[in-house]
Design a protein. Structure first.
Length: 320
């Protein structure tokens, strides 16, 4: 019987995956945590297909795979998988690019509004027994009068732009891979990287974490941003150099940050980010709704089944 190994999962159980794979004659074997390298290597050693969520599927783990015909990532980003190592072993890596688009776009807008309207400090102050505005009036901003910069214009970036349009703000887009005509057709303005940094009152990140994009928000790029700008990140924590972000928030170069992702993730209890009153953080839950989670799990199981049936795979991200 062919085996599907699930390296780690945040769900209560694997009923969805088993419901799809076991009737087709595939055994499903999973573990809740993928943090132990030895256990991880042993799990994937004889697996015919591997599904992973957050476990580090690095070169050593890929190297331990003797039979795998596919590695499927529960999600859009694939930065926890060594794509080159998988390609060297002729193992295709697939993601799920079309789930949670609306959820992440909604969450991004919520982060923007939390940062511009000071929702969290107002709530905390009122619950402490004080009916007052806890921040200077200058900290309250309306999107209509702001320039919002979107970094990347894929599925999520476009949905964020669509949600922003009714707020009547100016929207700049930096994405070298998207034709200017497509950006303009969405009612936005294409812009170079330095221009997006210099002109945006609020900068929102929507790109994957790659060697080219890691730490793209760093001391140098932050220095090019408008003084008092806001950073929103619902993409990947590694896009941001965290010490540089903390320094900018403390100095006032950035007035606020609203984050669904951090680096490290999760931040430790004594991490500087958690001590800053101008930071809003959510626990990497932008993608979460019951509908999105079911779509994700169903798609991952079906991709594994397709590989085991020898069918042509969609969403291959490593060129195999």
């Amino acid at each position: 019987m062919k085996k599907v190994a699930i390296t780690d999962y945040a769900f209560d159980e694997l009923d969805v995956e088993k419901g799809i794979l076991e009737p087709q004659g595939f055994a499903v074997v999973g573990q809740k945590s993928g943090k132990d390298p030895a256990a991880l290597a042993a799990l994937v050693k004889d697996a015919d297909a591997v599904i992973t969520q957050f476990a580090p599927v690095n070169a050593a783990i890929v190297g331990a795979m003797e039979k795998a015909k596919v590695i499927v990532r529960y999600g859009i980003g694939v930065d926890n998988v060594d794509l080159n190592a998988a390609a060297a072993k002729n193992i295709p890596v697939c993601n799920i690019p079309d789930y949670c688009i609306d959820e992440v776009a909604d969450h991004t807008l919520a982060l923007m509004l939390a940062a511009t309207r000071q929702i969290v400090p107002c709530d905390s102050t009122i619950k402490s027994g004080q009916w007052k505005l806890p921040v200077p009036i200058s900290a309250l901003r309306a999107l209509k009068y702001m320039t919002v910069g979107l970094v990347a214009f894929g599925r999520i970036g476009r949905e964020v732009a669509a949600r922003l349009k009714p707020f009547k703000c100016r929207i700049l887009v930096f994405d070298p891979g998207v034709p200017s005509a497509a950006v303009k057709a969405a009612g936005c303005e294409p812009a170079a990287w330095d221009d997006v940094l210099a002109q945006s009152d609020l900068l929102s990140l929507h790109c994957p974490s790659t060697e080219q994009t890691k730490a793209m928000i760093n001391a140098t790029s932050i220095a090019k941003m408008k003084k008092g700008a806001i950073l929103v990140n619902a993409s990947r924590g590694t896009l941001v150099d965290t010490p540089a972000l903390v320094a900018a928030l403390e100095s006032g170069q950035l007035s606020a940050a609203a984050l669904d992702v951090t680096d490290p993730e999760p931040p430790g209890a004594d991490h500087p980010l958690l001590k800053l009153t101008n930071v809003v953080i959510t626990p990497h839950d932008a993608s979460a709704t019951p509908q999105a989670v079911r779509t994700l799990r169903t798609a991952a199981a079906n991709l594994a089944a397709m590989a085991l049936r020898g069918e042509k795979l969609p969403n291959v991200v490593n060129g195999v």
